[in-house]
Design a protein. Structure first.
Length: 228
């Protein structure tokens, strides 16, 4: 993919989980209880969280992401024979409100804010979840808007979700740079018309999905160069 600057970007919109915030940090903080099972629990929890959101979207049976996250965790704990571990569920859910930002994120956002760059979050997260994780990370002052799918009561990859950014920022999709570590999210935003930068943290192979991703970076520290 090209490393040249994006074209006339007026705002940067970030996915939250996996892009700005490390969802693996919740289980990592429970290493005293989970031991080596932490990464497997994280992977299953995340897989079910996404699957449940997609299935609810297709069925028209929306529930807030906090509920979906809890239901996904319940499945993961049960599947790994951890459901009866005292206090573990409550501990993990509480930690999801305090997820650690990826190491480069605070400095990146400070740099972009110093340039006068408009920035927003667009996430599946419920408003209270997003407010908590952003506040607990000390990043609330960095964003012009924190947008939740709760406003349209469905989940990514529904086009109505990406339209929230257009409406809130007062910009056409083509003037928005969208950043996501989730390839399915990146492709959907590109299909909607945004200039998409895939933050491919895991070095994954490309997906075969609609929407042309404009740029690819390994972490968000590469973003300022793409903004020109």
């Amino acid at each position: 993919m090209s490393t040249t600057a994006l074209e006339d970007v007026r705002a940067c919109v970030f996915d939250a989980y996996g892009t700005l915030f490390d969802f693996a940090s919740a289980a990592a903080a429970c290493a005293d209880t989970l031991g080596p099972r932490g990464p497997a629990l994280t992977a299953l929890w995340r897989d079910k969280q996404l699957q449940y959101s997609w299935l609810r979207g297709m069925q028209g049976l929306y529930a807030p992401f906090w509920q979906v996250t809890g239901e996904a965790l319940d499945h993961a704990l049960d599947a790994m024979d951890l459901a009866e571990t005292p206090g573990l569920r409550d501990r993990l859910m509480g930690l999801y409100l305090k997820l650690a930002p990826f190491p480069e994120v605070p400095a990146l956002l400070t740099t972009l804010r110093g340039r006068g760059q408009r920035m927003a979050i667009l996430s599946n997260g419920s408003p209270d979840m997003l407010g908590a994780v952003v506040e607990n990370a000390g990043l609330a002052a960095m964003f012009d808007a924190v947008l939740s799918v709760d406003a349209v009561r469905t989940y990514k990859t529904d086009p109505r979700v990406y339209r929230l950014a257009e409406e809130r920022l007062g910009l056409p999709a083509a003037r928005i740079a969208f950043l996501s570590s989730n390839a399915w999210d990146a492709h959907a935003a590109a299909a909607f018309g945004m200039q998409v930068v895939w933050c491919n943290r895991q070095g994954q192979r490309p997906e075969r999905l609609p929407g042309v991703i404009a740029r690819e970076i390994r972490d968000l520290s590469g973003l300022p160069a793409l903004l020109g």
